[in-house]
Structure formats: C-alpha cells, structure tokens
Design a protein around this ligand. Structure first.
Ligand code: 5GP
Length: 139
C-alpha cells in the first residue's frame, strides 16, 4: 500500500489550508460537509491524525471515528427528519477511494429516495444551510 500523502485534500482541510464547511469536531475527529453531496446533509467524518483508510488505521482511530459517525448519524436523522442513514467507506482506488485520508460518508435517507450521482458539485449556500441544521441538531 502506498504511504500516506500529507498533501491530500483532507489533510489540507485539517491544517486550515483550504476551506470546509465544518459541522463538528472533537480532539480526535472532524466532520464536514461533502462538496458533491449525494443527498441533502451528506457529510464526511475523518480522524485528525493521518491514515489512508481502514487498512492502515489504528484501533484508536477507528474507534474515535465510529463514535463521531454514530453521533452525526443521530444528528442528521433529527436535522432532516430522516428515516435512515447510509454510511459509506472506500479503501484504495480499486475499492472506490478518491481521497486518501480515511473518511466515512454519512448520508441521511428517506424511504424510496435515490442517491444523486457522484461527482456533481453542490450549491454552497444550500450546503451551508444544511450544515446549520446539523449543528442545531447537535446543540
Ligand atoms: P471517496 O474517496 O470516498 O471515493 O470520495 C471522496 C469524497 O470527498 C467525495 O464524496 C467528494 O465529493 C468529496 N470531496 C472531494 N474533494 C473535496 C473537497 O475539497 N472538500 C469537501 N468538503 N469534499 C470533497
């Protein structure tokens, strides 16, 4: 497996070098909105420490991230009146991974809805409004 590349886009977000719409953070993890949301409220949870994905993550990184994934899953259920949550996670290019800092997708779902296709840039004002709903649900 290749080494962790500190120039990946999520490492830059963690260092504050590029902007992100942050919704939650604690000592070990950060949650922020996906810029190409496949559902309203689509967010990403990452560890603050480096690892490419599940294959090289430590048990401590996995535990911290899953704790935040659960917290944010409850928050999006409340924020969007969702009926379910889809959690997605990809490992290495062959596994569908595009950004090589471990991340979990959290997607609020409603009965019968369909995820939007990947790769479509979201409306930043809408994303900001969705983030505000999530922050309010966490408060
Ligand atoms: P994956 O590696 O899980 O296949 O996909 C990476 C995810 O990161 C995609 O859902 C994509 O929309 C999202 N993404 C890529 N670049 C950025 C970025 O600069 N900012 C944010 N917030 N999300 C990004």
């Amino acid at each position: 497996m290749p080494a962790y590349d500190p120039e990946n886009i999520f490492a830059k977000i963690l260092r504050g070098e590029i902007p992100a719409t942050r919704v939650y953070e604690d000592d070990e993890t950060l949650a922020f909105m996906d810029i190409m949301p496949r559902a309203d409220g689509h967010l990403l949870v990452i560890p603050k420490t480096p690892c490419r994905n599940v294959l090289d993550a430590s048990p401590e990184q996995l535990a911290a991230v899953m704790n935040t994934v659960q917290k944010l899953s409850h928050a999006v259920m409340k924020a969007f009146g969702a009926e379910g949550v889809t959690i997605q996670q990809f490992n290495e290019a062959a596994g569908g991974q595009e950004v090589f800092h471990m991340h979990f997708h959290v997607l609020p779902r409603h009965e019968g809805d369909r995820l939007r296709p990947p790769g479509q840039m979201g409306d930043m004002q809408e994303i900001a409004a969705h983030a505000e709903k999530i922050r309010a649900a966490l408060a």
